[in-house]
Design a protein around this ligand. Structure first.
Ligand code: PMP
Length: 474
């Protein structure tokens, strides 16, 4: 093993020909593999590994991508560390480029419900890829995934496939505005609906107020059409509807919030929103990008028995590949081009490889699968609650099915105002303690942890035991 080959960075080749570039790529890939082998085998000739390969890659990445990442929460700022770079993931585990394997509770942020690289999903992707990576034309897999989605979520009378959750919610709001011919939307503090301009507003204190942008680069004029109420505060929503019902196009909500950590709706809250929207002529839009196919085949709307006008999906329906979807009432969706006047389009929408991954993933999610996910989730919750109580630490666990959050430092988590009070330092310690024990958790106190069909009871018990150990550390 030549030392030059083992130096994955700073590799220099001359010449700009295609052949030279191909050789350089091959060398770099070979060098990386060689480096990993040397590292794992503790080869005496291995290069200096005082820094991890993850940290070296992070240095490189920071010169390419703002913050070293292509999506901000991955940067691990909340836990005051730099991220692990991932080499591979399989089943319930994820392995970093330094060869360390962890039990994964991130699950590609909820997409990996069947576990990573499920053989059936991989085979479906390979078969689809072999038939062409994309056509920019209708293909059978779109119809197959669409039929599977419609069968599970009957409120989706018509739907459109897109490439991300952001795109799905942004487009659903556009359709709702066109259908109602009204400009305003009402959302809830702590709910995330992707990063389109009008949805990046949550209001500071949960007071009745017009939205202020959460991000630079968004004119206040845009978020002034976004009203923000507190989650689980039906009276606030009602006050908005009283004041602005005539100009309200849609109420947009995560029916089970998961982007401030898991915060389920209080009994009756969603029913109240259903009644309010019907009374004022606004549409009810459920953002089920996380909850769709996670909490039940029909998502939160099936679990909780409240039917929205429009639904947004993502994550699981792409089986790990980039897919979003929005849909709902046929009369509302008829607004969409080419049938109607609302323009929305996507070069890669309905991509055959992504459709195949989604279709195969949904095929794995039968009744037994959901029973298993519920059992694993309940086991994790029970264990964490007991560990928390025994540790004497303040905290609360909130869970729906296979997604859960341990909030440290607070006693109740029903709204964004509640969860804002979490003990961030305690979370940081918890995160790093769990990582050291082999558990890869979301690097923020405001995220859900996800279990998958690949996790076992033993995984859950080990996770609980690790949590107990970390929580009882002085
Ligand atoms: N809505 C919800 C509820 C989400 O959780 C997310 C992403 N976490 C989005 C929308 C945006 O999806 P994407 O990241 O695919 O754009």
């Amino acid at each position: 093993m030549g030392s030059a080959l083992c130096r994955p960075f700073g590799l220099r080749t001359q010449g700009q020909t295609w052949r030279a570039r191909r050789t350089r790529r091959a060398l770099t890939a070979r060098a990386l593999e060689c480096y990993l082998i040397a590292l794992r085998s503790r080869d005496a000739r291995a290069p200096d590994v005082t820094a991890t390969l993850s940290s070296k890659l992070y240095d490189q990445a920071a010169r390419l991508f703002p913050g070293g990442v292509n999506s901000p929460v991955r940067a691990w700022r909340n836990v005051e560390a730099t991220p692990l770079f991932i080499a591979r993931a399989r089943g319930a585990t994820i392995t970093d480029v330094d060869g360390r394997t962890y039990c994964d509770l991130v699950g590609s942020w909820g997409a990996a419900i069947a576990g990573h690289a499920h053989p059936r999903v991989v085979a479906a992707v390979q078969a689809a890829a072999a038939a062409g990576l994309g056509y920019g034309a209708p293909c059978p897999a779109e119809v197959e995934l669409g039929r599977a989605v419609a069968a599970a979520v009957p409120s989706l009378e018509r739907m459109r496939m897109v490439s991300s959750g952001t795109e799905a919610v942004m487009s659903a709001v556009r359709v709702a505005r066109a259908f109602t011919n009204r400009p305003r939307i009402l959302k809830f503090a702590g709910c995330y609906h992707g990063h389109s301009d009008g949805l990046l507003a949550r209001a500071g204190s949960g007071a009745l107020t017009f939205g202020v942008p959460d991000s630079a680069g968004i004119p206040e004029a845009i978020t002034s059409f976004t009203l923000v109420a507190s989650y689980n505060a039906a009276a606030e929503a009602e006050a908005f509807v009283d004041a602005h019902g005539d100009s309200l196009a849609a109420v947009v909500i995560e029916p089970i919030a998961a982007n401030m950590g898991v915060v389920p709706p209080e009994p009756g809250f969603l029913d109240r929103l259903r009644a309010l929207t019907m009374a004022c002529g606004a549409l009810l839009v459920f953002d089920e990008v996380i909850t769709g196919f996670r909490v039940a085949p029909g998502g939160a709307q099936e679990l909780l028995g409240v039917t929205p006008d429009l639904t947004c999906l993502g994550k699981i329906i792409g089986g790990g590949l980039p897919v979003g979807c929005f849909g709902g009432r046929a009369d509302v969706m008829a607004m969409l081009a080419p049938d109607g006047p609302v323009y929305q389009a996507g070069t890669l929408s309905g991509n055959p490889v992504a459709m195949a991954a989604g279709r195969e993933t949904l095929a794995l999610l039968d009744g037994r699968a959901y029973a298993r996910l519920e059992a694993l989730g309940a086991r994790a919750e029970e264990g964490l609650v007991a560990a928390l109580a025994d540790s004497g630490r303040r905290g609360v666990v909130r869970r729906v099915g296979s997604m859960l959050t341990l909030f440290l430092g607070i006693d109740r988590a029903r709204s964004y105002a509640d969860v804002e009070g979490v003990d961030r330092a305690a979370f940081r310690r918890f995160f790093h303690g769990m990582l050291a024990r082999g558990f890869y958790l979301p690097p923020s106190p405001f995220e859900a942890s996800f279990l998958s069909l690949a996790h076992t009871e033993a995984d859950v018990d080990a996770y609980v035991a690790a949590a107990r150990a970390v929580l009882t550390e002085p």
